[in-house]
Design a protein around this ligand. Structure first.
Ligand SMILES: Cc1cc2nc3c(=O)[nH]c(=O)nc-3n(C[C@H](O)[C@H](O)[C@H](O)COP(=O)(O)OP(=O)(O)OC[C@H]3O[C@@H](n4cnc5c(N)ncnc54)[C@H](O)[C@@H]3O)c2cc1C
Length: 542
């Protein structure tokens, strides 16, 4: 007997078309105005689902970056060395313009459906290698702040090229640039007003002194940094090299030994009178970086749905091949109930994320969509990123013991799952943000709520959920109930998004997630057999 016969194991899940084999993705892309991208997205899906990409992802994560703080003679080097597989992914993603496709060469917003088309690609990439998406995300997000500063135009032009140039030299000499964001300090990442890093005026710019506790992608060419100037918290751009061509005073002190996200480097950095340009006015740093932060939040949500889809596809693939009691797992009624519930979370989260991207695409000429994007960015990030860890754990269990083994893709997805909820605004912070925004811009945001309530009012649980959200948001002291309210808001918006994408599972989603207020585990949420069959058929990779 050949060794592989009779093993009852699923074959490797490789050489998959990540676009063509994902019906809910194709429907959500079309519903959000990007149907003309279908052929390009299909080519992208084939490329990213190829066996060699899966192997590169393993290598990039099993060979984490190395810090070279000093050279052999004790001189500071302050560089990080990455495995070639990390560079491979950066080259692929920057070559596909994921770091800049939502910007024009001048740093203005690209026309619709740029945001939706980019999100569809990032969702596919996250299924394969999520770590390098961090510098891709930060680069595209930082442009929003840079674009406020006319003198940064030259740098933006070099960001929006499709060249990945990892060489360590002054930005003026390079063919393409990446950008990082360094806000978090030891004493707090949420309340950045308490930052102690100082900025003093210096020749042609400012000198930044202080410590940043988390700085990811430290080999970026420049960093958006928040520091205290005389006028208060202010945004700065700190390049790796000073304008005179010498290395800027950023001392990389330590690499974080992280739970996941291991292909990507995160460092602790000491700024020792580092040269910086100011971005925006002194004291307006938080307003200056806010658009960038919002964009990073969108990417976190999209990335987490990608991780969830990656885990679901592994579970479905295994269940299709593995037999138990003489029947494939995929044909066992109880496993079908679990898989269908998982598939519904991916389908609804994807619809929600891409509908949010549609709002961003339309925001420039449409005040209602602009308000919608403001309200739903934190709510979408909160709800999707919050689901991911429990979701991946359940999907892992579908593979039985094999899912717990490092060579399978599941442990990496599992370790990666919590990070998007933590950074760029942890869950409570996002809920508080929703409350703050509602207090500040009440009329416009309540109008968005009214729209969502109207279009979901006839769905099971729709009216009650909308009433609960409105009541909670009307109670100004409602921090304690904020998670419940923001969760319901996200669920309502997801139901609305599914309906606008003509998903046949909209009703099932509302009945099992909105009407049924108590959280049950996967497989216990009351989907019918017919809905279960339909969900599995839609989610099953080719
Ligand atoms: C892998 C990784 C990479 C990172 N890379 C970067 C980077 O490149 N640049 C950067 O600037 N930062 C980076 N960060 C830092 C990250 O953004 C922060 O960890 C995050 O913003 C949270 O800040 P904190 O860790 O100081 O937690 P805290 O601010 O102390 O928050 C702790 C908890 O308290 C909750 N909380 C806060 N305020 C309230 C409140 N009022 N009521 C109720 N609950 C509240 C939060 O939701 C959170 O759960 C990175 C983090 C990680 C894990």
């Amino acid at each position: 007997m050949a060794e592989q016969d009779g093993f009852n194991q699923s074959p490797p899940y490789v050489d998959v078309d990540l676009y063509a084999s994902d019906l809910p993705l194709k429907e959500a892309v079309a519903a959000n105005g990007a149907e003309d991208e279908a052929l390009l997205l299909a080519a992208f899906g084939r490329r990213w689902g190829a066996a060699d990409m899966i192997e590169q992802a393993r290598l990039a994560n099993e060979n984490p970056p190395k810090l070279h703080a000093y050279d052999a003679k004790g001189f500071r080097r302050d560089t990080v060395e990455y495995h070639p597989s990390y560079h491979h992914f950066m080259k692929e993603s920057i070559g596909a313009n994921l770091h800049a496709s939502s910007w024009t060469a001048e740093g203005a917003r690209e026309n619709a459906p740029a945001e939706v088309a980019r999100a569809a690609r990032c969702y596919m990439v996250a299924q394969v290698e999520n770590g390098h998406l961090n510098p891709v995300t930060m680069t595209r997000a930082a442009v929003a702040a840079l674009a406020r500063e006319p003198s940064a135009a030259g740098m933006i032009k070099k960001v929006v090229t499709r060249h990945y140039d990892p060489s360590f030299r002054p930005w003026e000499e390079k063919f393409g640039l990446t950008l990082g964001i360094a806000m978090t300090e030891r004493q707090g990442g949420t309340d950045v007003r308490t930052n102690v890093t100082r900025a003093e005026p210096a020749t042609d710019g400012y000198a930044i002194s202080g410590h940043k506790w988390f700085v990811s992608a430290p080999m970026s060419d420049a960093f958006l940094v928040l520091a205290q100037a005389e006028g208060g918290p202010t945004a700065f751009l700190v390049p790796r090299f000073r304008p005179d061509g010498t290395v800027n005073a950023l001392q990389l002190q330590r690499l974080k030994d992280k739970l996941g996200n291991r292909s990507n480097a995160s460092t602790e950095v000491e700024f020792d009178k580092a040269f910086a340009w100011r971005i925006g006015a002194e004291g307006e740093g938080i307003a200056t970086i806010m658009d960038s932060i919002q964009l990073t939040r969108v990417d976190c949500a999209v990335g987490s749905v990608g991780l969830m889809r990656g885990a679901l596809a592994q579970a479905l693939h295994h269940a299709r091949h593995r037999a138990v009691f003489n029947k494939k797992l995929l044909d066992q009624p109880l496993m079908r109930a679990v898989l269908a519930d998982l598939a519904l979370d991916v389908e609804s989260s994807l619809a929600l994320a891409l509908r949010l991207c549609r709002s961003i695409d339309l925001a420039a000429g449409n005040e209602r969509e602009k308000a919608r994007a403001r309200l739903l960015t934190p709510a979408t990030k909160y709800w999707i990123c919050k689901q991911a860890p429990a979701f991946v754990a359940e999907a892992m269990e579908c593979l039985g013991g094999n899912g717990f083994i490092e060579e399978s893709a599941m442990p990496r997805l599992y370790r990666e799952a919590p990070v998007n909820a933590i950074w760029e605004g942890a869950s409570n912070v996002l809920c508080l943000d929703v409350l703050r925004m509602l207090a500040r811009d009440r009329e416009a945001l309540f109008a968005v709520l009214a729209d969502i309530a109207k279009t979901t009012g006839d769905l099971p649980g729709g009216k009650v959920a909308a009433g609960f959200v409105e009541q909670s948001f009307n109670n100004r002291g409602g921090e304690f109930a904020a998670r419940a309210a923001v969760e319901r808001l996200a669920l309502l918006a997801a139901a609305e998004a599914m309906r606008s994408a003509s998903s046949p599972l909209t009703e099932a989603f509302a009945r099992t997630r909105l009407a049924n207020g108590t959280r049950a585990t996967y497989g216990a949420r009351g989907l019918t057999r017919e809905e279960t069959d339909q969900l599995i058929k839609r989610a099953l990779p080719e």
